[in-house]
Design a protein around this ligand. Sequence first.
Ligand SMILES: [Zn+2]
Length: 78
Amino acid sequence: MVNHMRHTRGHTRNRRSHHALSAINLTLCSNCGQPNPTHIMCKNCGYFKGKMIIDMAAKIDKKAIKAQTVKGTKETVK
Ligand SMILES: [Zn+2]
């Protein structure tokens, strides 16, 4: 950093006065009641605006099957 690039503490703090983060808005899911960010599908039940977007029950089953299978093969661990 060259000396002529330097500016006052006041200048720096003025600039940084706009850097604050604001808290995200949460709404309660209309299907299960879990708090969620607005305009985003519920991660608990997979509903958005009263419609099912992702079948979370099926997804959980799929994950359980995937956890049991041997990596790289389609065989399941007994
Ligand atoms: Zn939900």
